[in-house]
Design a protein around this ligand. Structure first.
Ligand code: DC
Length: 222
């Protein structure tokens, strides 16, 4: 039977992962965080000393890159060549490496079938930048989750503070603006709402309200 696929796209810090994770658990679907895939390839390339502009070296690197998503007690883990990368991909450096490497068409093509295979085999909520437009154009439901950039930066800043990291708000805001620009201006699969997506703006609503709104939007369409 055809699986139910829900695509959630939107800029960094819009709350996609938190909201999608909760909605997926309510619906009994798996939650697929595709940003983790780009982060893993970005971190692995940095670790291996491969310059992102050197496409020949990058191609060779991808030939020996085996990225896998696994679900442990419902929690997504990402592995690269058998090593758990789930922790080390959550740094500001990994965010920028992911945004940089995700511009490269070869990298996007490399990760495409992995994402499509998961969606073919599972009822899922998949979040990313190009899920509704490129990865799953036939997804039954497409949501574009967004919020004002200052608000997104503030949320990310608070998250980092809670984790005990010393950060400057202006740096977080600049990083966010840089990623927004890069993600929406790249040539291949730029961040933009699919024509048939529902836009959900969380600038003026809190987390619980955003989750409720997301679930309502999904249930109305299921
Ligand atoms: O969702 P995230 O912040 O973990 O994503 C990290 C970067 O990966 C993001 O800046 C752009 C890229 N990305 C992408 O190009 N396409 C996706 N489907 C998901 C993420």
């Amino acid at each position: 039977m055809k699986k139910i696929n829900i695509a959630i796209d939107g800029p960094a810090g819009a709350g996609k992962s938190t909201i999608a994770k909760r909605a997926a658990s309510e619906l009994g679907f798996i939650y697929v965080d595709t940003g983790a895939l780009y982060r893993t390839v970005g971190v692995f390339a940095v670790e291996e000393g491969v310059d992102f502009d050197d496409l020949e070296k990058l191609e060779k690197l991808l030939e020996r890159t085996d990225v896998k998503l696994k679900y442990e007690n419902g929690v997504q883990k990402v592995y690269c060549n058998g090593e758990d990368y789930s922790g080390k991909i959550r740094t500001p450096e990994a965010s920028l490496a992911a945004s940089d490497i995700s511009k490269i068409p070869m990298v996007r093509a490399f990760l495409l079938s992995l994402q499509r295979d998961i969606a073919k085999q599972n009822d899922c909520i998949m979040d990313g930048r190009d899920i509704g437009t490129v990865v799953l154009p036939d997804a039954q439901i497409k949501i574009f989750l967004t919020a004002d950039v200052e608000k997104r930066a503030k949320r990310r800043y608070n998250e980092l503070l809670e984790k005990g990291e010393k950060v400057d708000f202006d740096d977080v805001l600049e990083d966010m603006k840089k990623r927004d620009y890069q993600d929406s201006h790249r040539e291949v699969a730029p961040l933009k709402p699919a024509d048939d997506s529902v836009i959900v703006d969380t600038t003026d609503i809190g987390l619980e309200e955003s989750i409720a709104l997301m679930l309502r939007t999904i249930k109305e369409r299921l």
